[in-house]
Ligand binder design. Structure first.
Ligand SMILES: [Zn+2]
Length: 308
């Protein structure tokens, strides 16, 4: 796999070499939940399979299936069956450039683990990743596209690379204004983004718990902030962990496009809702993008050379 994707080296689809298992607390329910991540065939994308259901078990990881964006990203199939909190796992897939995987669940939630993508990345890396005999599905951005709502916005610009430039602005001085730019097609996701945890204000966490929300949320799976202080005894993993987690979330949410994006993103104070609405905006007009077809770009002899 080349360090950077561009028009001349799109690379092959990837999946896990072997299945992995993972168990942890569900953010919403606070209950133990188990998942199994399996290799999947080319061109099948990321799919969730709810083994607890007798039928309609399959839910595709696509932006059109997003039905809720409060406390994370929730998708559902046509029968209304849901999977909650998919964004950190989706982000790990994007970071590892995994195109195809099947996730079998015992319930309706992906475990929150430590609040970052760390556990998913380490599990998948421990069994390894293999390339498959089909080219990656890539979307090239042809013109500037913006979605904005109140103080939040996301813009994507045409580029031969994929980068995210993200700015957040919080009242609490421990967060304040943070800005980070990262080029994600270099293999730097794991180190620069993968360990950044989700975060919340102490009063919000207390309020949610009182109202039966985010029952699994705690200092074990989030950075908890209270009036200029980080309450986690070990402090932060990155000086600007907050903005890095927002990049992690955005990666996971836009991977619901079903494609790798070629474009430079500039995001400001966004969240799961704006991330999803941005994809609807992007796909609302076919002149915004082009799906790159493998044969048009890479001659057959180059493909066989790359496989050998
Ligand atoms: Zn998150």
């Amino acid at each position: 796999m080349p360090d950077t994707l561009n028009i001349s080296n799109l690379g092959f689809q990837r999946t896990l070499k072997k299945e992995v298992f993972c168990e942890g607390i569900g953010l919403h329910s606070g209950k133990k939940t188990k998942i199994q991540i399996l290799p999947a065939d080319v061109n099948t994308g990321i799919t969730f399979i709810r083994k607890d259901l007798a039928k309609n078990q399959k839910i595709d990881a696509l932006y059109k299936n997003v039905i809720d964006t409060k406390l994370g990203t929730t998708i559902a199939n046509k029968a209304g069956y849901k999977v909650h909190t998919i964004e950190h796992l989706m982000s790990a897939f994007m970071g590892l450039k995994i195109d195809n995987a099947k996730i079998i669940l015992s319930g309706s939630e992906i475990p929150i683990m430590d609040g970052s993508a760390r556990v998913f990345l380490d599990l998948i890396n421990s069994v390894g990743i293999k390339e498959q005999y089909a080219k990656k599905k890539v979307i090239k951005i042809l013109k500037e596209v913006t979605f904005s709502q109140n103080n939040s916005s996301i813009t994507i610009y045409p580029s031969d690379n994929f980068s995210i430039d993200y700015m957040i602005d919080f009242d609490d001085p421990v967060i304040g204004i943070q800005r980070q730019k990262i080029t994600l097609l270099a293999n730097n996701y794991d180190k620069e983004i993968g360990s950044a945890r989700t975060f919340g204000m102490l009063n919000e966490v207390e309020y949610m718990h009182k109202n039966g929300l985010a029952l699994g949320g705690s200092i074990n799976n989030a950075i908890v902030v209270d009036n200029g202080k980080v309450l986690n005894p070990d402090g932060l993993r990155y000086k600007d962990e907050f903005v890095r987690h927002k990049i992690l979330d955005l990666c996971g949410d836009i991977y619901l496009s079903g494609y790798h994006l070629m474009g430079d993103i500039v995001a400001k104070c966004a969240g799961h809702e704006v991330n999803n609405k941005f994809l609807w905006e992007l796909f609302s007009n076919k002149s915004n993008y082009e799906v790159i077809e493998e044969n048009k770009i890479i001659p057959q002899e180059e493909i066989s050379f790359a496989v050998a």
